[in-house]
Design a protein around this ligand. Sequence first.
Ligand code: C2E
Ligand code: CA
Ligand code: CA
Length: 560
Amino acid sequence: MKSLGSCELYVSACGTIEQADAAAQHVLGLSADALRGQLVLNRLDDSSRKRWRDFWLQWTPGTPGVQADAVQAPADLNIVRGDGSWVPTCAKVRASRDGEPGRALLTLQPLVTKPLSGTGRAPDSLHDALTGLPNRRGARDIIEAASALGAQAGETISVACVDLDNFRSINEGYGHDLAESVLRAVGALLLECAQGFGRVCRSAGDEFLIIRRSARSAEEMRSFVPLFMSRLHRPIEVGGETLVVTASVGLATQACEGNRFDALMQRASQAMSRAKRLGRNTWYIAQEESTPSLAQQIIKTRLYRAIEQGHLALHYQPIVDLRTGRLRSLEALMRWEDEQLGQVSPSTFIPIAEESGLMAALGAWTLEQACRQAVQWSRSHAVNSPIAVNVSAVQLQRGEFEVDLRRIMAEHAVPPGMLELEVTESALIHDGAHLAALSSRLRGLGVGIAIDDFGTGYSNLLYLKHFHPSKIKIDRCFVHAITSAPEDRAIVRAVIDMAHAIGAKVVAEGVENEEVGRLLCELGCDEAQGYYFARPGPAGAMGEWLSGEYPSCICSVRVA
Ligand code: C2E
Ligand code: CA
Ligand code: CA
């Protein structure tokens, strides 16, 4: 079929089509003869009728003073074609040149290249009035029905959550009407791209969904998304403006089983937020869905009890000055020994605590213990090195974090400079503006911020500008092989230079032998932590050790 171009219709004062040009046949799917005498209203879908009626009632081109060729836009109209398919269009009206009062020339500019199947719908509780697309409730029905259909065949269902970038600026800059036209145009465009591929819904303001069910829906969606994103990049013409719209897209897939709409939507929406944080105009695929294993469920239940019954402990590991061997700080590391499970690593139970809502309680407990210990050691052993506490992203995002921290510091009278927080890169990019403000308030309290596991999280270093970290801890995966791997050495050297340039100290993690320590020292690294200097130990043992060695050198590396 010929690709759709714009067409023109002469419309009488009472709203009937008097004459149609040759292109009208492609857009409306009816010959000029068949169109003659029909009400424009009858060729519109339900969602467009009210718009047309409202426009037509106040359309008075014959009024003296209104220029004969003045153009007015009745906004977008969805045209119902002769065969029941439909075409979303951008419509303009101007007074016809013959000057006959009330007679108008209606130009319809299709927003798609081919008609779409199925008519536009009347707004109802399952459809969105603006675009005629299924709304969020409609999407729930579609996904639940698809899940039931695909369950037998072992199919999967994939959702792309498409959120327009900076839509608010279109709304504020161009006004509500034009913003609505953009939404209609984007909806139509997605519908066109997804024809034969999947269903399109408008789930919220500027958020659309594309839904696909098949045996290979995840791969198919991965091939499809770049196609429609590149299509979206082409300028859109609405209401006399030419706009370029981009979107951030999150993909999620799940097996067709049960009614798990919310779980699928949550993952797609989180992936979309991730795409936004990655700089917008990109897409991100949600992690494979993981149902908690039995082992995880057992850990969760027992961890809950361990917190209640006080079965957790903190161990401490020294961080030393590479040149003098002097203690610089002590990192608090959580330990849990369960009577059935034995020692459970924090790398195992902390993610479970984060997922099951236990992290806030666990984090507050750690802060409290660490602050108590810092003050005790400063009194009993004249230790004036800070204690470094690991803080997870989940803790930082809670509004209560700062309140809890201030309360705990005040209760234990923690002097400035005695507490440091270790935060991973990925936690910092989560909510940049909020955390930048938080970190500056923390500095005001005398609390330092160290970026933990540096190099493993995020590649865009822009965030460093806002956080002014006091320390950067190079992850041990870059450190352990620096004596044999030139690439690792180059990375460590670059991190050291960069950290010094922004006024931060550098700590190397996981130093297990003297050779590594010496090389780090030569590269200009300030501090180190690792089994070569000391393993983490309980507070009691660490206290003894502090009494014995402190403030003399723990162990310095011999620099040639
Ligand atoms: P992390 O913050 O990177 O902590 C350092 C980890 O490296 C610790 O493991 C420590 O025991 C280990 N380590 C220290 N020196 C060496 C070495 O020379 N070689 C090797 N191979 N490893 C070394 P751990 O205690 O198992 O902790 C693992 C992770 O669990 C921590 O990594 C941290 O991300 C998390 N974690 C521990 N305690 C807490 C806590 O209280 N709160 C939060 N949010 N996370 C914690
Ligand atoms: Ca750490
Ligand atoms: Ca670390």
